[in-house]
Design a protein around this ligand. Structure first.
Ligand SMILES: O=C(O)CCC(=O)C(=O)O
Ligand SMILES: [Fe+2]
Length: 822
């Protein structure tokens, strides 16, 4: 068993493997950062620029309306590119050397600073190790990075260490596994799925531990590491430093998990971060896997009145040199000395035996004892130096106990297996088998190592699944009208309609602001250009879908969306033009979707405000991917948005944003029963009832109702509204959102089920803010006989046939035609 990395490799060759593949930036993903604040909506589009979207023919024999959507804008001047992912920029990433102060003021540290406050309140400890976060309020909807190009991964020099120049000696070798980005580290290493804290523990054991910022009292040499456990660190207002301010507890699971590892012989994989000051050498990457260790000791001590729990780890392989050892220093002895042990002493006060861990003398490690953390009768006021014998102790790991997992995970097996191509393991991350880098899966169509010059690649074989294979629950799909499984809460009201084969449900969330859900059925889906065909075509298309970097990463480094996406049509904002593919370059399935979405948009929005969609976002979700609560209320978007679901089923939820939901600033003393109450906001029904009693002059009842209202408010700690509408989306279903409040006041999220789903969303982007030379991208024409009619012609023909079969020839006009005439 080897726990070390490559030894003696030329460091300069490693450093030259700098990442150049850059993250693509800035596509519109419809997830505005702060759309609540975007009330300053820009002027409505200039209608003169848009041709009459719909030229509805007279009633023809087929009953089909005709639709011609054309943006009469300049002809393409940009050469048409093939339908492939846009080429990565050739420019090398800028190398930025950061010192501590820069790291503090950079955007990610701003995030981490904000979030660490929340963490401290939660008694989380992650701030000590890495500027991570995340127990604060749920992240607002994210939008992807703006167009400014950013290196895909931070090169070595970007790491913030104490001084600009790390003067520590060179290491003997290089880690076998490493990462430059925290998200890639967490996604690629099953033993370190710890986005928010320094250790990954599950089922009562620790699997991986990041030793990064633990600078105050840690220790590290080639075979031994000592860290404190997590929790209790806060900013000391006197020194301005992050310090242990709150007692840690030796009965907390944060400590006892390490004892479990020790007792049950479960190894731990240690990762050293570039911010660790105890590592004897300069580490080559931001995160560097050290290897397999075991817990040899764990104890509590009290220093300066604060209790801290500490853990000592020893490398399992004591004989092989470790990569982080000082280059040229003596190698570890081939025969470790397992005999020399630090002396232990029994406390005369409590009878507990403790080791002499510190050079200055022995102390009792029993927290309940009066001599706890006293050396020669004196309480510890600073951490003394460790006893060298204690540091040099060697503990034999029984050769017969094999570590449960390798520290270098194998590539995900079986991606060519139809069941695997979109499974969780196909996107969760991988370790390059050549250079050892941890990579996220960024591209739908390829999976390559991101290190410059590295050729490692995992072949992708997209298996084409039929809808029935993706969502067995489609058993509920019908030849006739589909059954709805949606749920909604007051004050949302639902109106039902049947349009040909479609079941249409319209939910009004607030006056004039609604969601229409068009439930497809098997007949609709199997038509040419319908959902079945679209689903299969999209699985085979190479559209350059990728996971985009989030503008505000919740952890250090670049976080990616938990879905893949690409867009077509009009580019949004400052998108580099190759990033948006023109409709004229789009696969037929994209145009089929746009055709259907246009029909739904027109059907749902009948007040004349509907504008034909000129942009389409295609999101692909593999197993366990989703889009969190967000809104689509970017200022350059029109208020109508329509989406079509393909493949696996999904749950789409709508809820009121905290800002509108929380009944802020209400006190029993200052309560004003005359203020209007927003229906659906916190305790709105109780407020309305109390206010009505007040208006009716029934003061005793009003007082009682008010008391009940404030009791309810006191007990309600939620930070946003509950789901007021849950749509159960199935293959072929369409959803139209209409009205600015749907985006301004509400937010939505989608959780797909199963292994593969596509969500295609049509939007109207106000063209006046898009450079005129880009307008052709949103231009499309649908031949009149191809314009989607909601499958009405088919439905009517079927209706006639049914009537004829039933011998009902009394009326040649079908029911649906008669309905239309009504
Ligand atoms: O996947 C979907 O159906 C919708 C995705 C969405 O909400 C968005 O793109 O903004
Ligand atoms: Fe959305």
């Amino acid at each position: 068993m080897s726990s070390t990395g490559r030894i003696g490799e030329d460091v300069s060759s490693q450093q030259s493997r700098r990442p150049t593949r850059e993250r693509k930036q800035a596509q519109h993903f419809g997830h505005s950062q702060q759309s609540e604040d975007l009330e300053e909506l820009i002027e409505a589009a200039n209608p003169g620029k848009i041709a009459p979207a719909v030229r509805k023919g007279g009633k023809r024999a087929s009953g089909k309306p005709s639709l011609l959507v054309t943006l009469p804008l300049p002809a393409p001047t940009v050469p048409q590119a093939p339908l492939l992912p846009s080429a990565p920029s050739a420019s090398a990433p800028k190398i930025k050397v950061e010192d501590d102060s820069e790291a503090q003021s950079g955007p990610s540290s701003l995030v981490s600073k904000k979030r660490s406050a929340a963490l401290i309140a939660d008694n989380d400890d992650s701030e000590l190790f890495t500027p991570t976060s995340s127990k604060g309020p749920a992240p607002k909807k994210q939008r992807v990075q703006p167009a400014t190009r950013k290196p895909r991964a931070a090169p070595r020099a970007k790491v913030a260490v104490k001084s600009e120049v790390d003067e520590r000696p060179e290491p003997r070798g290089q880690p076998e596994v490493w990462a430059e980005e925290r998200p890639a580290l967490c996604e690629a290493l099953p033993y370190f799925n710890a986005w928010e804290s320094s250790s990954f523990h599950w089922g009562g054991h620790v699997y991986g531990l990041l030793v990064d910022n633990d600078n105050e009292r840690g220790y590290m040499d080639e075979k031994t590491v000592i860290t404190r456990t997590s929790g209790g660190v806060k900013i000391n207002t006197k020194t301005g430093k992050m310090e242990q301010m709150v007692d840690q507890s030796s009965t907390s699971t944060k400590f006892t998990v390490f004892l479990n590892n020790k007792e049950r012989r479960v190894p731990i994989i240690l990762i050293v971060g570039a911010k660790n000051e105890h590592c004897p050498t300069r580490v080559p990457h931001r995160f560097n896997v050290m290897g397999l260790f075991h817990v040899t000791d764990a104890w509590a001590e009290r220093v300066n009145g604060v209790t801290v729990c500490r853990v000592r780890y020893e490398m399992i392989d004591l004989k092989a040199p470790s990569w982080w050892g000082v280059k040229g220093s003596p190698l570890p002895p081939r025969k470790p000395d397992y005999r020399t042990k630090v002396p232990a002493q029994t406390c005369s006060a409590c009878g507990t035996t403790s080791k002499q861990r510190y050079a200055v003398g022995w102390m009792c490690a029993n927290e309940a004892c009066t001599s706890f953390s006293h050396i020669n009768g004196e309480a510890l006021n600073k951490v003394p130096a460790y006893n060298p014998v204690f540091l040099a102790e060697r503990t034999k790991w029984p050769a017969k106990i094999l570590p449960p997992m390798p520290f270098k995970p194998a590539p995900p097996a079986g991606l060519s297996n139809p069941e695997m191509s979109t499974s969780h393991s196909a996107w969760k991350g991988m370790v390059c088998q050549i250079c050892g880098r941890c990579n996220s899966r960024t591209h739908w169509d390829e999976w390559k190592c991101e290190t410059d010059g590295c050729t490692y690649e995992i072949p992708i074989h997209h298996t084409i699944h039929k809808a029935s294979a993706l969502a067995p629950q489609h058993a509920f799909e019908a030849e006739g009208h589909a059954i709805s499984f949606n749920k909604w809460e007051s004050p949302v009201v639902c109106k039902e309609d049947f349009i040909g084969y479609w079941r249409k449900e319209t939910y009004e969330l607030s006056p004039g602001n609604f969601i229409s859900h068009y439930h497809a059925n098997l007949v609709i889906n199997r038509q040419p250009g319908g959902a079945d065909e679209m689903l299969e075509a999209l699985q085979g298309a190479r559209m350059g879908m990728m996971r985009h970097p989030l503008e505000h990463s919740p952890v250090e480094g670049v976080s990616l969306t938990r879905h893949f996406g690409t867009n077509f049509g009009l580019p949004y904002n400052f998108i580099a033009s190759p990033d948006t593919q023109a409709f004229s370059q789009a696969p037929a399935a994209i145009m089929d979707a746009l055709n259907r979405l246009t029909w739904a948009g027109k059907d749902a929005v009948k007040d004349g405000s509907y504008r034909p969609f000129n942009e389409l976002l295609c999101l692909g979700y593999m197993e366990d991917q989703r889009i969190k609560f967000h809104d689509d209320g970017e200022k350059d978007l029109g208020p109508d948005i329509a989406s079509i679901s393909l493949g696996g089923a999904a749950k789409m939820e709508f809820r009121m944003k905290g800002k509108y939901w929380i009944a802020k600033g209400l006190t029993a003393q200052t309560y004003d029963p005359n203020l209007p109450v927003r229906p659906g906001s916190q305790a709105w029904e109780l407020r309305t009832a109390a206010n009505e009693l007040y208006q009716a002059g029934r003061m005793d009842e009003y007082k009682a109702a008010k008391a009940e209202l404030f009791r309810a408010l006191k007990n309600d700690k939620r930070k946003h509204g509950p789901s007021v509408l849950t749509l159960e989306l199935r293959h072929g279903d369409m959803v139209v959102m209409h009205g600015e409040e749907i985006q301004l006041v509400f937010e939505h999220g989608v959780v797909p089920k199963g292994k593969l789903r596509f969500g295609l969303t049509g939007r109207y982007i106000k063209p006046e803010n898009i450079p005129v030379e880009e307008h052709w991208k949103g231009d499309f024409t649908i031949a009149p006989d191809k314009v989607y009619d909601g499958d009405m012609a088919l439905f009517k023909a079927e209706e006639r046939r049914r009537k004829e079969e039933a011998g009902d020839d009394s009326d040649s006009v079908s029911d649906s035609e008669a309905d239309e005439e009504d």
